[in-house]
Design a protein around this ligand. Structure first.
Ligand SMILES: Cc1cc2nc3c(=O)[nH]c(=O)nc-3n(C[C@H](O)[C@H](O)[C@H](O)COP(=O)(O)O)c2cc1C
Length: 393
């Protein structure tokens, strides 16, 4: 069983993550993880915070001489900004007069969290609800990405639109069934500051982000995340909580500010005829079973079907606005402007990298459930034997 957990506050000492269940013998390094952390930190429209933090994951356990031992792997990412926050984020009681945050920001966990946990300082909520936590998800996701690479499973993403500008949500449907085209699109997205696989749209989107910034406003967007070379047979139809599509939705919708997730045709399926959005089955002695379309997004009946796994996510605009929204002070109950902390104008490109991490964590979980193995060698033997079985079918 592969499981993971993160801890840490946005301006605390740092983030910690533990992942357990990665087989022994997998090559992994801090440098590999840091490459993914850098991808999360880039992207046009990020706020000042990203300029302060240049994330580095320290491997604290579970790896020896560059290879996993089979023990839990723990990671630590320092918050470089912490030194400026030592009083505000002290673990021990402090004598200094600490200014409480009392103006909840709409669109955040601020007010609901405060009511739920009985605090009188919103900082106790916002420090953990912040998307800073996703740096650790990306680090843990990098470990599973490395694991999946051993089996040629590749994860990627590209941004379709930001602030309504870009591709229509289903415009890429003709590439969903083609791993080569997906990889090509991913490569183009990697070269774009907004992770959009089109040069002129990239320029237009950057202009839109500049405009939003000048107006004190923020933008959301839509992006697609995919996994290719996923074997048929991950997840199961036999129980609600084993369905791969449902597990994916859970993981992807757990990302801060993600308001909708679709697998394959998603909402398009609901407004189409049956003949328009099913993937007919063909057989060729060389290729075996195959499809010419991938409206199912690689999952049928809760089971991966061997086609690329495709999910599309919609991220709401960043809720902290320089031109603040109306709120109510929790001490006086007077109307006030919501508090403003240094904030992103648009974090859609970063969110797509975080979604890649969540996708790779879920696929790795399902993969290890199916193939098991305490060492990579054992997992590989099990996997190869399954592939041989499939060849005979
Ligand atoms: C990568 C990333 C960066 C974000 N940066 C900010 C930010 O700078 N300021 C902000 O107010 N919200 C930011 N958000 C959004 C909030 O974290 C999110 O809206 C908030 O936690 C409320 O959660 P909910 O929208 O899921 O309900 C970011 C989200 C992500 C995924």
């Amino acid at each position: 069983m592969l499981r993971f957990i993160t801890t840490g506050e946005s301006h605390g000492r740092g983030l910690t993550g533990i992942i357990e269940g990665i087989p022994a013998g997998l090559s992994i390094s801090s440098q590999y993880i840091d490459t993914q952390l850098r991808r999360r930190q880039s992207g046009y429209g990020r706020g000042g915070r990203m300029k302060i933090e240049s994330d580095h994951a320290e491997i604290l356990s579970g790896v020896r001489y560059g290879k996993t031992t089979g023990s839990p792997i723990s990671l630590f990412i320092e918050n470089k900004d912490w030194k400026n926050w030592q009083d505000l984020m002290a673990v021990e009681e402090v004598t200094a007069d600490i200014k409480r945050v009392t103006r909840p920001r709409p669109g955040h966990a601020d007010l609901a969290g405060l009511l739920k946990y009985g605090h009188d300082d919103i900082r106790n909520i916002l420090e953990r609800s912040s998307a800073r936590e996703t740096a650790m998800r990306v680090a843990l996701g990098a470990v599973t990405r490395r694991f999946l690479e051993e089996f040629n499973i590749i994860i990627g993403s590209y941004v379709l639109s930001i602030g309504g500008k870009g591709f229509n949500p289903y415009e890429m449907k003709d590439i969903w069934h083609d791993p080569h085209k997906l990889l090509e699109t991913f490569k183009k997205a990697e070269a774009s500051e907004v992770r959009c696989p089109d040069d002129s749209l990239t320029l237009e989107i950057k202009r839109l982000i500049d405009q939003a910034s000048e107006e004190g406003n923020t933008l959301g967007g839509v992006f697609e995340v995919f996994a290719i070379n996923v074997p048929p047979g991950l997840g199961s139809h036999i129980q609600w909580d084993r369905r791969l599509n449902a597990r994916l939705m859970h993981a992807l919708c757990s990302i801060q500010a993600i308001k909708a997730a679709e697998i394959g045709a998603g909402t398009l399926a609901g407004i189409s005829k049956g003949s328009e959005v099913m993937d007919e089955i063909f057989y060729d002695p060389e290729r075996g079973y195959y499809r010419r379309t991938n409206f199912a997004g690689g999952i049928e009946g809760g089971i991966s079907n061997g086609m690329p796994v495709i999910a599309r996510l919609s991220m709401k605009p960043i809720p902290t606005l320089k031109r603040p929204l109306r709120s109510v002070d929790i001490a006086s109950h007077e109307p006030v402007e919501a508090s403003y902390e240094r904030s992103d104008v648009c974090a859609v490109p970063a969110a797509s990298v975080i979604a890649e991490a969540m996708l790779s964590l879920v696929i790795a979980q399902a993969f290890l459930e199916k193939f098991g193995g305490d060492s990579i060698e054992e997992t590989r033997a099990n996997y190869n034997s399954y592939l041989r079985m499939l060849e005979r079918r």
